[in-house]
Design a protein around this ligand. Structure first.
Ligand code: B12
Ligand code: SF4
Ligand code: SF4
Length: 256
């Protein structure tokens, strides 16, 4: 196997447009917090809590040959809110996901053709065989989990979206990092929440979901040019208040 493979892969991910990229071990990911919690309280009904496999949904099972996960971030500046908006007519459902899906395909092909590494582009949704991208990102050293329950990175704060690829190669992890942005912060992220989802001090998924379900019902008809497609479509706008309130890296011009 080539030397500095991890570095070569990360450089390629950035060449293809990733704002940040890193690598984690799947063994470590299986031991991460989300797995333990999800097993007890899955978000999606399709999850099989009794399965012996760590992760098995109807028709989806983790392949034991996958040893490492490549995880990368795409910056979502406040000035480009449409990156996060959902439309059934947009491939990948949001303009941001559309870009990341394309990056994923290019990376997977390159891994196979140039490095001989078999890889799997992960879907966004856990129930379709995806994985916990925030945990992957922490283990790969992209950032840490903030008090708003989201990834915070030194370079872009929390204004990033994530994507991952499983690889059939034992690679060296690129994390963890020593970074503690929440320590002296007075938590504007908690105060910004319209549902008071942090009223007990930590993230309450039910309250957050209530807000996002309401937003799912508030449909806007928007011109195709806004969503990067040829025709108007029905669009919904998920909540970002806690994310946008986080002051980390706000002086980075790429975020404005
Ligand atoms: C289902 C889902 C939702 C659901 C349920 C959320 C939930 N957290 O349970 C709903 C619809 C409510 C939701 C809301 C939002 N989501 Co969401 N969501 C997802 C999805 C598809 C799966 C997340 C999941 O089920 N996690 C399982 C549960 C158990 O874990 P968790 O609560 O998320 O958090 C765990 C970690 O933080 C971990 N953890 C904590 N400390 C530590 C320390 C270490 C060392 C490690 C390893 C782990 C770890 O333990 C926590 C459990 O306590 C992911 C995409 C993906 N495939 O990962 C996106 C994702 C997490 N969402 C994202 C975003 C941006 C949002 C929203 C801002 C809405 C929006 N504009 O898109 C809000 C934010 C809510 C919040 N404050 O957390 C981004 C996060 C990006 C980032 N910077 O972190 C993701 C990664 C999608 C993406 N496009 O990149 N989401
Ligand atoms: S606003 Fe402050 S407490 Fe909240 S995630 Fe950002 S740094 Fe942490
Ligand atoms: S996404 Fe909105 S509703 Fe959910 S926790 Fe953040 S601010 Fe609250």
């Amino acid at each position: 196997m080539k030397k500095n493979l991890e570095k070569i892969i990360i450089v390629k991910a950035k060449e293809l447009g990733a704002s940040l990229a890193g690598i984690a071990r799947i063994e470590d990911l299986k031991a991460s917090k989300s797995f333990a919690i999800y097993r007890k309280a899955p978000f999606y009904e399709e999850y099989d809590q009794d399965s012996e496999n760590y992760f098995e949904f109807e028709g989806f099972k983790w392949n034991e040959e996958h040893k490492s996960v490549l995880v990368w971030a795409l910056v979502h500046p406040a000035s480009e809110p449409a990156l996060d908006w959902w439309s059934m007519k947009v491939p990948g459902f949001t303009p941001g996901n559309r870009v990341m899906r394309s990056q994923s395909k290019q990376l997977r092909t390159w891994l196979g053709e140039e490095l001989g590494i078999k890889a799997l582009s992960l879907p966004y949704q856990i129930e379709f065989g995806g994985t916990f991208l925030k945990d992957s990102a922490v283990l790969a050293g992209l950032g840490v989990i903030g008090k708003h329950n989201l990834l915070v990175t030194p370079e872009y704060g929390t204004r990033v979206r994530l994507r991952g690829i499983f690889m059939e190669a034992e690679l060296e992890p690129t994390g963890l990092i020593d970074f503690d942005p929440c320590q002296d912060c007075d938590m504007p992220c908690h105060r910004a929440c319209p549902r008071e989802a942090f009223q007990n001090g930590s993230f309450n998924r039910v309250l957050c979901k209530q807000e996002n379900d309401k937003r799912d019902a508030d449909v806007y008809i928007l011109d195709g040019s806004i969503m990067g497609i040829d025709e108007p479509s029905e669009v919904t706008k998920p909540c970002r208040f806690c994310e946008l309130a986080c002051p980390v890296a706000q002086d980075n011009d790429e975020l404005k």
